[in-house]
Design a protein around this ligand. Structure first.
Ligand code: AP5
Ligand code: MG
Length: 189
C-alpha cells in the first residue's frame, strides 16, 4: 500500500508538477500546488493574487503568512481527507512547522517526502525551454537565478528537516519522465 500523504520537494524545474500529475492519476488523490493556486489568484486579481504577484514575478518567495493561509484552506477541503500530493509547499521552516501543526490537529501526519535531485545546469535549461513554450512570467534568466537562490537559502534546509523525521527519500530527477516516475513510485511504496 502506497503512502498517501506526500510531499514533493525540489528546486525550480526539478519536475515536482510533472510527477505530481502522474501521482494524481495513479493514486486518485489531489495535487496541492501553491504555485498553481497563487498563479490562479494572480489571474483572478484577488487580494491574495495582488499581494503575491510582485514576489512571484521577481522569483522571490511569497510571505509565509499568505502562503500558509492558502495551503491550510486547500488542505481542509474534503478531497484532501484521504491523501494529497503537496507540490511546492512547504518551502520554509515556518511553513513546514505550520504543516506539522495542521496535520497534527487533524490527527494525521506527512507519510513521505520525496526530494527530486537535479543539478542546477539542467534545471535552468528546462526552465528556459519551458519559457519558449508557456511564457510563465517567472521563467526568465533573472527570476530563475533568484528562484534558485531562494531555494538554496530557504527551502533546501527542509531536506534535513524531513530526513530527521525519518520520512525523506531522495530520488534522481534526471532521465525520462517515466523513469523518474518509476523511482518516485518505489519511494512511496
Ligand atoms: P512554483 O510554481 O512552485 O514554481 P517552482 O518551484 O519554481 O517550480 P516549477 O513549477 O518551475 O518546477 P517544477 O519542479 O514543478 O517542475 P515541472 O514539473 O514544472 O512556484 C512559483 C512561485 O510561486 C515561487 O517562486 C514563489 O514566488 C511562489 N510560491 C509558490 N509556492 C510558495 C511557497 N510555498 N512559499 C512561498 N512562495 C511560494 O518541470 C519543469 C520543466 O521541465 C517543464 O517544462 C517540464 O515539462 C520539464 N520536465 C519535467 N520533468 C522532466 C524530465 N524528467 N526531463 C526533462 N524535462 C522535464
Ligand atoms: Mg511546478
Amino acid at each position: 500500500m502506497s503512502a498517501r500523504r506526500l510531499l514533493l520537494l525540489g528546486p525550480p524545474g526539478a519536475g515536482k508538477g510533472t510527477q505530481a500529475k502522474i501521482l494524481v492519476d495513479a493514486l486518485g488523490i489531489p495535487q496541492i500546488s501553491t504555485g498553481d493556486m497563487l498563479r490562479a489568484a494572480v489571474a483572478a486579481d484577488s487580494a491574495v493574487g495582488r499581494e503575491a504577484k510582485g514576489y512571484m514575478d521577481a522569483g522571490e518567495l511569497v510571505p509565509d503568512s499568505v502562503v500558509i493561509g492558502v495551503a491550510e484552506e486547500r488542505l481542509g477541503q474534503d478531497d484532501a481527507a484521504n491523501g494529497f500530493i503537496l507540490d511546492g509547499f512547504p518551502r520554509t521552516a515556518a511553513q513546514a512547522e505550520a504543516l506539522d501543526d495542521l496535520l497534527g490537529r487533524i490527527g494525521t501526519k506527512l507519510e513521505r517526502c520525496v526530494a527530486l535531485v537535479v543539478e542546477e545546469d539542467h534545471l535552468v535549461a528546462r526552465l528556459l525551454k519551458r519559457a519558449e513554450i508557456e511564457g510563465r512570467s517567472d521563467d526568465n534568466e533573472e527570476s530563475i537565478r533568484t528562484r534558485m537562490a531562494e531555494y538554496r537559502k530557504k527551502t533546501e534546509p527542509l531536506v534535513a528537516y524531513y530526513r530527521d523525521r525519518g520520512v525523506l527519500t531522495e530520488v534522481s530527477g534526471l532521465g525520462e519522465v517515466d523513469e523518474v516516475a518509476g523511482r518516485v513510485s518505489d519511494a512511496i511504496r
